[in-house]
Design a protein around this ligand. Structure first.
Ligand code: XLS
Ligand code: NI
Ligand code: NI
Length: 457
């Protein structure tokens, strides 16, 4: 998790050259929409036209893009085998409050030039951890004062914030599911502050991602207790949220593994079952990250669709993995077939708000140029813009939808309608078969569906 590594230790330079009011992305203007631009023009949008109204809503409102702070402003390009490769001009090599503020100013210049209206962060991305919880919280207060100011100045809003409950050594055996109640209490205290910050910055959502909520060996793990404790903390969250009047949507982000061998929030359906088991389903929705979906062994769009059909799709960490690799590579989503499938679901459920498409993605460690930060986001935004345009066309023509409807037509009348309503019986089904005999085989026409999809992509 290179994005969560502390910065390289280097002697602190004076930050005089990048004080407030300075420009960090010199020579880069606000990214423009330029349809029909050539293949080599990568610093323009060719498909994403923020203010264009499509299917009754602006593209900006359909897509609700967000930049994540951890990868884009804390990522240094290190991996388990290699040192950092990325050195940003606003970094002075320290983890000081001064550097944190400078980094935040650089981030808001980036958001503004990119034309993105939302951002996301972990508490520990934006402010250094102190010696005590009190010191850590006061660092957070100071940095979020500046964040509030920058948000007001630029109009950039907070899609969600979250607590980093996985990087600090205290959480090595879990946070909400730690076998030591002292650690669980620490996690709860940290979450309390996270919710207060969410309220202060008008976060539209609040995310829980449980990288350490799981096990490495069942032998040392009391799974029943750990699940109960996680539910207890989440109940405290629901209560405290109500108490302070925080109105953001609570989200749980599934991931099957990494860093833990097995994570309890394995995939969308596992989380939904957990929420129902503990009576928490009214209070949480799902933040789906497709790279986690593929890590769970599912097709790219699987969790987006499963969460959506259960009425539980809250937001999307729009990224992609390399299906040939078994880990979370957090690449920018550039595959238009994937974005089309995701936007088809988003369109079918009438939008994602208050969630959005958060780019939980990082430039490759070899993509060290400052421009790569823009090119990656622009490429992904254009991929989603094309996905949206394709999905709208698919819906308008209605061919795929009609094909699916016809496939299920037998449930519209007779015994089918009764099965669908839940009013049939085993005896009735037996009588039906006695009367009508064996069903005729029907083709699933998979290749036909695939060909129809290809028509739009
Ligand atoms: C890690 C997760 C993480 C969450 C926020 O794999 O994607 O970045 O989105 O904690
Ligand atoms: Ni994520
Ligand atoms: Ni991830």
């Amino acid at each position: 998790m290179s994005a969560f590594a502390p910065p390289r230790s280097k002697k602190a330079r004076s930050s005089g050259s990048h004080g407030s009011g300075n420009e960090f992305f010199k020579g880069i203007e606000k990214i423009e929409y330029k349809p029909g631009a050539g293949a080599d023009e990568v610093m323009v949008f060719k498909h994403y036209n923020a203010s264009e109204v499509i299917n009754g809503r602006t593209m900006q409102d359909w897509l609700r893009f967000s930049v994540c702070f951890w990868h884009t402003f804390r990522g240094v390009g290190s991996d388990p085998f290699g040192f950092p490769t990325i050195q940003r001009p606003w970094e002075d090599g320290t983890d000081s409050m001064e550097n944190a503020k400078q980094r935040l100013r650089a981030a808001f210049e980036f958001f503004t030039k990119l034309g993105i209206k939302y951002w996301t962060f972990h508490d520990r991305d934006i402010a250094p951890e102190g010696q005590t919880l009190e010191e850590t919280n006061s660092n957070l207060d100071e940095i979020t004062d500046l964040a509030k100011e920058l948000m007001e100045q630029t109009g950039v809003k907070l899609l969600w914030n979250t607590c980093n409950l996985f990087a600090h050594p205290r959480y090595m055996n879990g946070a909400m599911t730690n076998p030591d109640a002292h650690v669980v209490a620490y996690a709860a205290a940290q979450i309390k502050k996270g919710l207060e910050i969410g309220k202060k910055l008008n976060a539209e959502n609040f995310v829980f991602w449980g990288g350490r909520e799981g096990y490495f060996t069942i032998l040392n793990t009391d799974i029943r207790s750990e699940l109960d404790h996680m539910a207890s903390v989440l109940r405290m969250v629901v209560e405290y949220k109500k108490k302070i009047g925080f109105t953001g949507q609570l989200l749980i982000e599934p991931k099957p593994k990494e860093p833990s061998r097995h994570q309890y929030d394995y995939d969308a359906m596992t989380v939904i079952a957990f929420l129902h088991s503990y009576g928490l389903q009214e209070h949480f929705k799902i933040n789906v990250e497709p790279n986690h979906t593929t890590l769970a062994g599912h097709p790219y769009e699987h969790d987006v669709v499963m969460a959506s059909v259960c009425g539980m799709l809250g937001s999307i960490d729009s990224n992609t993995g390399s299906p040939d690799l078994g880990w979370d590579t957090d690449q920018f989503p550039m595959d238009v077939k994937n974005t089309t499938m995701v936007m088809k679901t988003v369109l079918e459920q009438g939008g994602l708000a208050p969630g959005g498409l958060n780019f939980d993605a990082k430039v490759r460690r070899e993509s060290t140029h400052l421009n790569d930060m823009f090119i990656s986001h622009i490429g992904a935004m254009d991929s989603f813009a094309r996905g949206l345009r394709n999905a709208v066309k698919i819906a308008e023509e209605g061919i795929l939808m009609k094909m699916v409807q016809e496939r299920y037509a037998s449930f519209e009348s007779g015994v089918g309608a009764k099965i669908a309503k839940g009013s049939s019986t085993l005896e009735e089904c037996e009588d039906f078969i006695k009367k009508y005999g064996d069903p005729e085989p029907h083709s699933g026409h998979q290749e036909m569906y695939e060909s129809v999809l290809n028509h739009y992509v």
